[in-house]
Design a binder for this molecule. Structure first.
Ligand code: FIX
Ligand code: ZN
Length: 413
């Protein structure tokens, strides 16, 4: 194939391969109001709130005192009317509006609001997934979240939405949440004494049975170390990783957050720090029977993560997370991964918080991944190997869903 033929083939294969989106904050319709969608939610996304405070003379406190529609109006006027929406997150809203044939240059949100308010969520999910080229998404499910826990009393069953058991409140903030565990009937103790470890193991077993999660997950600070003399380290080693092995599911480690560096801006208040990835080295080496999904938040940690993935076959790097999910950085990360790992990694996840975000996040990601992948095949062709459409389809299928399905044990063997 010529380079031009390779590029068009890669793009068409990527566009026609449905993606399994392995990490999102979306919820199936049976979670009710927890599932965010529509123009007001799209505009009050914390990425856009952070941009608002840079472009408008409004304090966070004044902004938080507004209602959701007023907040959305302020963001629309500031970032989309008074300024050109050229950032990644603002351009994303433009892409979503265009996908539904809505004006992206209106002075107000009247038409967009009328459109979304007329949508019925179940059909809307199908339409959004079709536009995004997504077949399934993995949610972020927290059994200690008081808003979510009641939903699991009578869980629905929506095969488009898979569960992931999120453990931040236990592993990072046990002292603030141990009483919630106690109230759910687990004999845990402040500080982790007594039967805490075995009771956390029982808690995990109960929730795996209830949620059927594809993996367990935790986000970790840039200061994360393993091993260390801490309850987090003990719970990880003695409860969480054994439970993952017992249930045949991987552990997702999302490393490098500096939490709430500016609490005034709430969800937008987290930042990034370079982590010591020798912790990942220790975990992969000392727990060879566990499988790890790992994503890191610092651009400086990406190359190390690639090298560790070459050392440990039980390590699956995934995604260009959060502050890295920008075309310039996604390109760099994807290219170094292809160069060092071939197709043995998971290039992206959307991290969508609002349903329709999967449309733009996957459109933007496919564009960048296609360019990186095409360059690799052009080099292969010039170095002496004929590239076929079938080879491209096989690699794309592997990266966009089969690697994850194999890793989580839900692939056809
Ligand atoms: O910990 C996480 O899952 C992060 O992705 C979120 O906390 C973060 O706010 C986010 O949505 C980033 O895209
Ligand atoms: Zn996330």
């Amino acid at each position: 194939m010529t380079p031009a033929e390779i590029r068009s083939t890669v793009s068409s294969v990527l566009d026609s391969t449905p993606v399994l989106d392995i990490h999102t904050h979306t919820f199936a319709p049976w979670f009710g109001a927890l599932g965010l969608w529509g123009i007001d939610e799209l505009l009050t996304y914390h990425y856009l709130e952070a941009e608002l405070f840079r472009s408008r003379d409004v304090t966070p406190e004044a902004y938080w005192s507004l209602g959701k529609r007023e907040q959305a109006d302020l963001i629309w006027e500031t970032l989309f009317v008074r300024n050109a929406p050229i950032s990644e997150a603002t351009r994303g809203v433009v892409a979503v509006l265009k996908a539904f044939n809505l004006p992206a240059d209106a002075e107000n949100l009247n038409e967009a609001r009328a459109f979304f308010s007329a949508r019925r969520i179940d059909e809307h999910v199908d339409a959004v997934f079709a536009l995004a080229g997504v077949s399934q998404v993995v949610m972020t499910n927290d059994p200690l979240d008081p808003a979510e826990a009641p939903c699991w009393q009578q869980p629905g069953n929506d095969p488009r939405f898979l569960a992931a058991l999120r453990l931040d409140r236990i592993l990072n903030r046990f002292d603030a949440h141990w009483e919630v565990l106690q109230a759910q009937g687990y004999a845990v103790e402040r500080g982790g004494g007594g039967r805490t470890v075995s009771e956390i193991r029982r808690f995990l077993s109960d929730w795996v049975g209830r949620m059927r999660p594809r993996y367990m997950a935790v986000s970790l600070p840039d200061t994360f170390l393993f091993p260390e003399d801490s309850l987090r380290s003990r719970l990880l080693a003695e409860a969480v990783l054994p439970s993952c092995r017992e249930n045949g599911i991987p552990m997702a480690l999302m490393i490098g957050v500096r939490y709430q560096v500016n609490p005034r801006v709430r969800l937008a208040g987290d930042a990034v720090g370079r982590a010591d990835l020798r912790s990942v080295e220790n975990l992969c080496r000392d727990f060879p029977d566990n499988r790890f999904l790992v994503t890191v938040l610092s651009r400086e940690n990406q190359h190390e993560l690639c090298v560790y993935a070459r050392k440990f076959a039980n390590l699956m790097p995934f995604g260009c997370w959060w502050f890295l999910n920008n075309p310039s950085i996604v390109s760099e990360i994807t290219r170094e991964r292809i160069e060092m790992l071939g197709a043995s990694f998971i290039p992206q996840h959307s991290d969508a918080r609002i349903l329709e975000q999967v449309i733009y996040k996957w459109r933007f990601s496919r564009r960048v991944i296609a360019a990186a992948l095409s360059d690799a095949y052009v080099l292969l062709e010039s170095d002496g190997r004929t590239v076929t459409r079938e080879a491209i389809r096989r690699d794309v299928e592997r990266m966009m869903r089969a690697n994850f399905e194999k890793w989580t044990g839900c692939a056809a063997s």
